[in-house]
Write a protein that binds this ligand. Structure first.
Ligand code: C2E
Ligand code: CA
Ligand code: CA
Length: 887
């Protein structure tokens, strides 16, 4: 909402710490099993091309892939996922007709693109005869590749939805982590089983299919070796049909040979699950020793009731105790292999296929319903589905949803009203054991996820520091409310308020105190009746109150209440501090209806309030718009003037008259800056000093004025007026700079001015909020022998207590008391009593803004030391001043 970026304190620690979103290990594992099951290579890269997982760890494969799918192509593919378009799968024509390249996007919660899984496949049907492709390179077919991509998308969806939801939750971390892990485990297991299930459909040879299955299960179970053994036709010798080994050294084939059936102790027709601590009979011990086996599970596969094969899961390095889950899983796999075998052997063994399928579907961890596409009736539902414990109506509605034609395979969300639970339904088509086309629907209970999601959304709307709503929420509420009033012909309003000089508190007292103040302001705003839910913090120290249509009649009273908040001091770090605020107000539809325009106008009104002296409320009007444009011009020229070395800033001198001496001689001058700008013309300080302070440019300008003034004064002192003093204004912004003392010392030393002839004029701004620092800075100034004047006394929060504890030489009474002096009893008393106190404290009194003789006469009866005003002279150019007062 700021036109400037200078003041927006967004950098005030964003609380969202970055969590590691992409866990390399997990993703690599997922990728490996995916790759082996689908015969495609994948690699995950983040949007900036940082690689999370590699295509392969094999050098030959790596070289092969990088010639056909070079990094430039990968980069191009990643670049084509833009943030705006929601495309999740982008395919790229390969370098050769037989090369398949594709990317699958991973997106964050808001759809922003985070990275992509790059997939690389070789279509074996397209390989020309004269092209040699190393044997170890995986090959796939067009259709299989497409399926793999679709599957990858589904897996990613599950993996990252769970992940992002889990990770951003800040609630009960412990229980969440556990749940998250379980969810991932379940997901991985489901994924493996789904893979295996798909293989059942494969037209490949039995050997190929089983090798794949061993591969996937071996990886999942993290065993050393997975193999299928069979008793030879002679019923005497045992053969190794096929195997998968985690590492080359774990392969049995090179050493296995063809042992006799008696030498293989588990070939009894019974299953064995041997853990490291199981006490094994001698034949087992011998057999294990011979092949380097630590322990393992050995499950018989029977065909038509006869023991024919053994499925072996073997640990060779380190054993592991088999868990109930492991055993169940291995049995599922065994059933699959058995049913494939049975299917191939007998071609028609419905029963065993069905039981294999059933046992898998029972174990997926989610509800499953299989629907006959032709009849639209349910063929099968698993136990999880049955135990979902839904109300009658919910079940009826869910069943209806399951039957609904699904255009795309995207999962849908289903809300069960009666039981107030959310489910995610994923659909896939497949062939049932009897070849019937069916739809398989998996049903996940995502109520928890939904809850998390809501919590996250709630957090996304809140400002972390104050607990008020944030800018995002404001934008939403604002659009909704303005549309509402526009439709109903009503009116609403936006109040933008910004703390005045918040930077002083933040810089002076530290961020902690600044934060505390912001929290207190937020609380006070919320305590105002009727606007509890309409307060927002939108930037560092900027707040917004939305006055809704139904509240519009109360707007004035709300504004008054807000102003009242700031009339009281705040208690921070053991002391009280004052802080005022400025406010800009826009009304809808009077000042516009477009949110963008309105926010900008509210900001313009706010700046108008600031430049009119802060601590006030301004309603937007069109005049401010043009002055805002002017301000932008002003800002640009001001920056340029400073960059060019401040030469455009000319110093004028207004004489100070010593009224304690006869004939009231001049005793020096106040240095007052003017900006002689080639583009803006002659600009008075009130027009650019506040902006220069706001932009931080005042430091350079102020130093320039200080040097100029000291140089002049030294000249006066050398040319007959050793008593002449020069007064230089210091802005609060300058005073809070760490190097302010050095800047002053440097000016004194380079110009060789007598320090006692330099007086620095400061206002109370800093003293109010950081007494300690004020005392320190002024003390250091005094140590140099430089004098200090308290400027504009009587405005602001002047309190005599402050003055007492500060090393001040001169008090300058503000012009406003002089205006009506002799006519207003308060002004008279004020000037009189201040001058008496000053006398008692050994301070001098200077009265500013004396314009006529009448004022001068009244002051003549008071105990005043110096007078400054148009009665004597206006601020003069240096030459003119010198002509008049030097010679
Ligand atoms: P100030 O420090 O209170 O300076 C006195 C202002 O009152 C000057 O306005 C002066 O021209 C004006 N003035 C003096 N006698 C009379 C009078 O009899 N009648 C009236 N109506 N006005 C009188 P000017 O020069 O426009 O400066 C305005 C303010 O800008 C200053 O107020 C001061 O706060 C600031 N300023 C000026 N030069 C500098 C500077 O170099 N650095 C900083 N930080 N602020 C400066
Ligand atoms: Ca001054
Ligand atoms: Ca003044």
């Amino acid at each position: 909402m700021h036109l400037h970026n200078g003041v927006n304190r967004e950098e005030m620690k964003k609380s969202q710490g970055k969590t590691e979103y992409f866990e390399q290990d997990k993703m690599q594992k997922m990728q490996d099993s995916f790759m082996k099951a689908n015969y495609v290579y994948c690699s995950f890269v983040k949007r900036d091309m940082e690689r999370v997982t590699e295509f392969t760890s094999d050098e030959e494969e790596e070289n092969f892939i990088s010639t056909l799918f070079p990094v430039e192509m990968q980069r191009e593919l990643v670049a084509s996922f833009s943030d705006v378009e929601g495309e999740n799968i982008i395919e790229m024509p390969g370098k050769q007709p037989y090369v398949l390249n594709c990317g699958v996007a991973v997106r964050g919660k808001k759809g922003e693109f985070l990275g992509a899984w790059l997939m690389f496949g070789i279509d074996f049907q397209q390989i020309p005869e004269d092209v040699f492709i190393p044997a170890k390179i995986l090959r796939t077919g067009r259709e299989a590749f497409d399926n793999a991509i679709a599957l990858m998308e589904v897996i990613l969806h599950h993996y990252f939805t769970n992940k992002s939801q889990l990770e951003s939750l800040k609630g009960d971390v412990n229980s969440l982590e556990k749940e998250g892990k379980q969810m991932l485990d379940r997901l991985e297991k489901t994924e493996v089983l789904t893979n295996v299930l798909r293989m059942m459909e494969s037209e490949d040879s039995f050997l190929e299919v089983v090798t794949n299955i061993l591969d996937v299960t071996g990886n999942y179970l993290k065993v050393s070796n997975c193999s299928l053994m069979k008793v030879g036709a002679d019923n005497e010798k045992v053969e190794l049909v096929c195997e998968w080994a985690k590492e080359e050294t774990f392969r049995l084939a090179p050493v296995f040979g063809e042992p006799k059936k008696e030498e293989v102790p588990f070939m009894t027709g019974r299953p064995y699950t041997i853990s490291p601590d199981t006490i094994t009979p001698e034949p087992f011990t011998d057999f294990f020793a011979k092949y380097g086996i630590v322990c393992g599970a050995f499950l018989p596969i029977s065909i038509s009731g006869k023991m024919g094969m053994y499925l072996c899961f073997i640990f060779m390095e380190q054993g592991r105790k088999w868990s109930v889950e492991d055993v169940r899983f291995m049995n599922d796999i065994k059933c699959v292999v058995q049913s494939i075998l049975a299917k191939r052997v007998t071609k028609n063994s419905l029963a065993s296929s069905y039981s294999a399928l059933e046992s898998i579907l029972e174990n997926t961890g989610c509800g499953v319903s299989v629907i006959d596409l032709k009849s639209g009736t349910s063929l099968y539902i698993n136990e999880t589905y049955k135990s979902m414990d839904l109300g009658k109506e919910d079940i009826a509605e869910l069943e209806e949803a399951l039957l609904q034609e699904q255009q795309d395979k995207k999962p849908i969300e289903f809300y069960a009203k009666e039981s107030n639970r959310w489910f995610e339904l994923s659909f896939s088509s497949m062939h049932w054991v009897d070849e019937r086309p069916v739809r398989l629907v998996t049903i996940y209970d995502i109520s928890k996820n939904k809850q998390y999601q809501e919590q996250i959304e709630r957090q996304a709307n809140l400002d972390y520091l104050t607990g008020l709503y944030n800018r995002k929420r404001l934008e939403e509420d604002f659009v909704a409310e303005s549309q509402k009033v526009v439709r109903s012909g009503g009116e609403c309003a936006v109040l933008v308020l910004d703390l005045d000089d918040f930077g002083n508190i933040n810089d002076g007292l530290g961020h902690q105190a600044g934060d505390l103040l912001l929290k207190k302001v937020a609380q006070a705003l919320q305590d105002i009746d009727g606007i509890e839910n309409c307060c927002y913090r939108v930037g560092g120290d900027e707040f917004v109150v939305l006055i809704r249509g139904r509240q519009i009649d109360r707007m004035e009273s709300v504004i008054t209440s807000i102003q009242r908040i700031f009339t009281k001091p705040w208690y921070l770090e053991g002391a009280t501090y004052y802080c005022t605020m400025s406010m800009g107000v826009v009304k809808i539809p009077k000042d516009g209806v477009e949110p963008e325009v309105l926010m900008q106008r509210a900001d313009i009104a706010l700046h108008a309030a600031k430049s009119l002296g802060k601590n006030r409320v301004e309603y937007y009007d069109a005049k401010q718009l043009s002055s805002a444009v002017e301000r932008l011009d002003l800002e640009k020229s001001l920056r340029e003037a400073v960059e060019r070395g401040c030469q455009e800033f000319e110093v004028y001198y207004q004489p100070l008259i010593d009224v304690t001496k006869p004939n009231n001689p001049c005793c020096g001058a106040e240095a007052l800056v003017r900006w002689n700008s080639p583009t803006m013309g002659f600009v008075m300080p009130s027009q650019f000093i506040p902006l220069a302070e706001y932009l931080g440019l005042i430091n350079q300008i102020g130093e320039h004025v200080l040097l100029e003034a000291c140089k002049r004064c030294k000249y006066w002192n050398d040319f007959g007026h050793p008593e002449y003093k020069v007064n230089v204004n210091l802005s609060v912004v300058q005073l809070v700079q760490n190097n302010i003392i050095d800047v002053i010392r440097n000016a004194v030393e380079t110009t060789e001015i007598n320090p006692k002839n330099l007086t620095l004029e400061v206002t109370e701004g800093l003293a109010i909020n950081d007494m300690k620092r004020m005392q320190y800075v002024l003390g250091e100034i005094k140590n140099m022998g430089v004098r200090v004047a308290l400027d504009d006394f009587g405005t602001g929060y002047s309190s005599l207590n402050h003055i007492r504890s500060m090393p001040i030489d001169v008090i300058k009474i503000d012009r406003c008391f002089v205006e009506d002096i002799g006519e207003n009893a308060f002004s008279d008393t004020f000037v009189k009593s201040v001058s008496q106190i000053a006398d008692a404290l050994n301070m001098h009194i200077c009265v500013e803004g004396v314009e006529d003789q009448k004022q001068r006469d009244v002051l003549g009866e008071m105990n005043i030391d110096m007078i400054q005003g148009y009665l004597y002279d206006k601020p003069l150019e240096a030459d003119e001043f010198e002509n008049k007062y030097l010679f």
